[in-house]
Ligand binder design. Structure first.
Ligand SMILES: Cc1cc2nc3c(=O)[nH]c(=O)nc-3n(C[C@H](O)[C@H](O)[C@H](O)COP(=O)(O)OP(=O)(O)OC[C@H]3O[C@@H](n4cnc5c(N)ncnc54)[C@H](O)[C@@H]3O)c2cc1C
Length: 366
């Protein structure tokens, strides 16, 4: 399945997801079970060095693992993305104490890692200011305040979240920092799960931080812009894995339809499959070689093109499924159509990326 063949045994996980994908999408009852299932299947260890407790392999293998889960449930794949991206933050943080403290529990799925960095990614693109503030107390301590409207994988049982903070004006022009905040820190409040139209078991909630005191041991990075630019390819690459898996599953459903139906859309399906393979290859190669750190526009283009392929693939699935696809509990077409609606709005959203690319082209032309 992958270049290095590093994949855990996930057939049991796949069977569980297939049996429960509708319930995971439409209800919250299975929210506590998703992370443990993913952890038991070993998927969080893919692409993590063996010396750090992982299964080895590359970030490309991790992207494939996200895609594999997304073929069965996009909500589970999004939880996977949050957890695996947080693991990447820990691996790429200069603060080595974070590894010692949390990596084992994150890799096993015992502790949930949440990535609340949409606001920071938008900040990096000059779209909005940071919504969280840090006030220095001296001696390497800070008081943190602010709130974020959306964070996934905030398991009520226990979580640690990565959040970006702007420093108070008296700190001069100090770069924003990213801190890891635990669920039980003083002043941390998680809302009820948000009332989503889909992906309802993803433990998505708002988070408030009021007067939380942290020290350097919670610092992921003291230079958020530079660090985020380095971690963004993994952040986005793993996220693109969700699109890859969803599009593959829709194409598989098209391939399983009756001969006459299949023949009517064969050319379109073949083209989408070829484009999907080519983009997936470019994505994994670019993330692995690191070229997207200095050339993010190339990665933005892949994210936009993959989102278009998801829409095209689910469009074909809807066509071949006919009226059956409009009935509840009949093969997942309606669920995948809802899941696909999420793809354009995940940060960095398509609107945001299209704007960025337009600015990039303007700068190149000047
Ligand atoms: C189910 C769910 C789970 C989520 N989980 C997480 C999570 O785990 N972590 C996390 O950090 N976030 C999460 N989010 C937030 C998500 O990633 C996006 O930030 C959010 O959906 C974008 O919408 P908005 O309401 O902030 O956009 P708005 O700010 O209302 O903007 C609307 C659209 O325009 C774009 N836009 C706005 N201003 C500009 C501009 N100046 N230039 C270009 N484009 C612009 C935005 O990107 C967006 O596409 C989640 C959202 C959902 C729905």
């Amino acid at each position: 399945m992958t270049s290095s063949g590093v994949q855990p045994e996930i057939s049991e996980l796949e069977a569980w997801l297939d049996a429960n994908a509708e319930a995971i999408d439409t209800g919250q009852a299975l929210a506590p079970e998703i992370l443990p299932w993913l952890g038991r299947a070993g998927v969080f260890r893919v692409g993590v060095p063996a010396a750090a407790g992982g299964a080895g392999g590359s970030i490309g293998d991790a992207i494939e693992a996200v895609a594999k889960v997304a073929e069965h449930s996009l909500a589970a794949a999004f939880v996977f993305w949050g957890q695996r991206t947080f693991i990447e933050y820990v691996l790429q943080s200069p603060n080595l104490a974070l590894r010692k403290r949390w990596l084992d529990a994150l890799l096993s799925g015992e502790l949930a890692g949440a990535t609340g960095l949409s606001n920071a990614m938008k900040y990096l693109s000059n779209i909005e200011p940071l919504q969280m503030k840090a006030q220095s107390l001296g001696n390497g301590q800070w008081t943190l305040d602010g709130s974020l409207p959306w964070i996934t994988n905030l398991r009520p049982q226990a979580f640690v979240a990565a959040l970006a903070f702007d420093h108070a004006a008296e700190q001069g022009d100090m770069a924003p920092s990213i801190f890891a905040i635990t669920h039980d820190a003083n002043g941390v409040t998680r809302s009820e799960d948000l009332d989503l139209i889909a992906l309802r078991a993803s433990n998505t909630a708002a988070l408030q931080v009021r007067g939380t005191v942290v020290d350097e041991s919670s610092l992921i990075t003291a230079d958020a812009p530079t660090w985020l630019a380095h971690v963004r390819p993994a952040f986005l690459g793993l996220q693109c894995g969700m699109s890859v898996g969803l599009a593959r599953r829709s194409l598989a459903v098209v391939g399983e339809s009756g001969a006459a139906t299949r023949a009517a859309v064969a050319d379109e399906a073949r083209q989408i499959a070829a484009d999907l393979d080519a983009l997936t290859h470019r994505l994994k190669e670019g993330v692995q070689t690191g070229i997207f750190v200095a050339a993010p526009a190339a990665l933005f283009e892949i994210r936009i093109a993959l989102a278009a392929l998801v829409q095209a693939a689910i469009g074909l699935e809807v066509q071949v499924s006919g009226g059956r696809g409009y009935l509840r509990g009949q093969g997942g077409t309606a669920r995948r159509a809802r899941e696909a609606a999420f793809v354009p709005i995940i940060t960095p959203s398509l609107v945001q990326l299209k704007n960025q690319l337009a600015l990039h082209r303007k700068a190149q032309a000047a």
